[in-house]
Ligand binder design. Sequence first.
Ligand code: ADP
Ligand code: MG
Length: 689
Amino acid sequence: MIDLKQNVQYIKGVGPNRAALLNTLGIYTLGDLITYFPREYEDRSKIKKIGELEQGEEVTIEATVVSEVIENRIRKNMTVLKATVEDDTGKCLITWFNQTYVKQQIKRGQNYRFFGKVEKNFTQTELRSPVYDEIGKNKNTGKIIPVYPSTYKLSQTAIRQAVENSLKMVASKMEETLPEYLLSEYNLEGIEESLQKIHFPSSKEEHIQARKRLVFEELLSLQLSLLELKGQAETQTGICYSKRAKMSDVINQLPFNLTKAQLRVLEEIDKDMESSKVMNRLLQGDVGSGKTVVAMIAAYKAVKSGYQAAIMAPTAILATQHLEEFQKILEPMGIRCSLLLGATKKKEREEILEQLADGSIQILIGTHALITDKVVFNQLGLVITDEQHRFGVRQRAAISAKGINPDVLVMTATPIPRTLALILYGDLDISIIDELPPNRKKIETFAVSKRMEERVNHFICKNIDEGRQVYVVCPLVEEKEETDIDEQKADLKAVKEWTEKYQKEIFPNYRVECVYGKMKPSEKDKIMEQFKNGEIDILVSTTVIEVGVNVPNASVMIVENSERFGLAQLHQLRGRVGRGEYQSYCILKYDSHCSQVGRERMKTMQETNDGFVIAEKDLELRGTGEFFGTKQHGIPEFKIANLFVDMPMLKSVQSVALKIETEDKGLQTQKNAKLRKLVDDRLKQNIAL
Ligand code: ADP
Ligand code: MG
């Protein structure tokens, strides 16, 4: 058996220099290299006639050279070589730059195959810098060629050669990674065959078959790992909260009736809390569906059973807002809630920590500050994280470690289709609030082009004069990739420009302020506080306000260049308004150059307020990577699977995994030994998380 862990450096044709470049792509071992999958393929197998060539396309032609190769030195470092070729439909000029060796290889009167890009105008057809083969040799043409994700320093040819050599090394020496019974039951190819074909398929069908096998393996090992994590969590003994700590006691104190959906999820939570199992539950509910009050009621139950509860929110603004909501109801019932932020002053902090340790503070609400070592609870029994997709799994674990197997409730407003939720939160049980509190007015949504700006401004005026407030969200300035400008700077620039425009040009008589990512948290909080108090009419920001702020008097959301936002994000932004009694509006301004996808997004936004419908549509339009945003944690990285394209496969793999797990918990039988190894490897690398 071959050692897949051996250093890439020793693969034929690699060496230390190329190895260093491969390392930058995350390729360190032989195993990494053979599983470095092509990004796409170039089909150089189909041959086109010169007479049929179209401007801009990349094609293979077969033609006879009918001229000498002429070399022209046009300046110091630039030599152009030209030759004319011909087939039975026409002539074509071939141009190479600085490749003087071509002169030795290309012979007048001989036939070759060329693959390159077509430049066509009125007078001539030209093929630029093509690769070529003598007829009968299929080195560079005549086949499907893999294209790898790469840096410009490492050529496609170099990677291709390295992969080709490594595949030769492993041939007939690799251990099969899936059990035989799965291969035959699901009609999958062996590992070696599929690796060979994923890199160098000789037809589309071969590629499909190879991909199927590799995707199956990747998704199966992920699902099995998640089931295992869940199984481990279920064997832990947690806290049994008291039946006498009744949720209904606090429910009766609320100024409103809970919705049916809120009551249902509370029942699920109540059951978890009273059982000896550790609760690991995801609470999912659209913006405004009332998750906070659910968290509060769960915290109440924990406290009444003699434990402390911790609530972690992603921003200081949100944590503060939660505290206010909790205090309003719980303080009169004799429960002490407190707030801990990064910005909390030393003296106050010390006091809080002391009272937390002696148990006199029963509910602690805060930001990441809760995770720090200094925070020690007396008897932590319940951990709630809000807007989970902004916290990593590790952060969740860090706060849980402050208690002894505390119950965990994770809240998120990102509507996640069920199949995906299984991947993202496979280790959690799921509760869904699928109903908004009554009497919520539907947020009217309009997509308007820049031409209608004046009418929009007029509309803003009207609302402010009626006493309402307005959010304006602007996108980051688009920067060229190479400049790699840090996002916060771009953020600042965008927001300053828009604020100036709104304040000076359009609304000199209203108070316009801005918040942005790079602002000091204390300044940001100050502005948000003023906005909440109605001292600011128009608040300009980037997406920093995306997360749960509650300003019921704000009734208009303007999104500038909304075509640059994803659907899920637009939906979250829209959720900032419509939080009070007033009819609210979301105005999506778009550029006339807006793409088809952009238009579809806006159409969806106008048609529905339902987060789940929007999530499905977003997935369809963008695929999962962008759906969750590159910066957001939680989505596992895939080497080959694509959750949107492979959704049907994912569904079937999920049931396969479940079946295997039920029949052989812990994958202990000989039959599943290979699966055991896949799961161990994955958990060791932490990639299931
Ligand atoms: P989210 O789920 O987005 O976090 P919140 O918990 O912030 O939503 O709730 C939004 C608003 O709705 C809050 O002002 C909250 O007090 C209110 N609310 C929650 N549940 C109900 C209900 N059942 N009836 C009326 N209002 C409610
Ligand atoms: Mg919330």
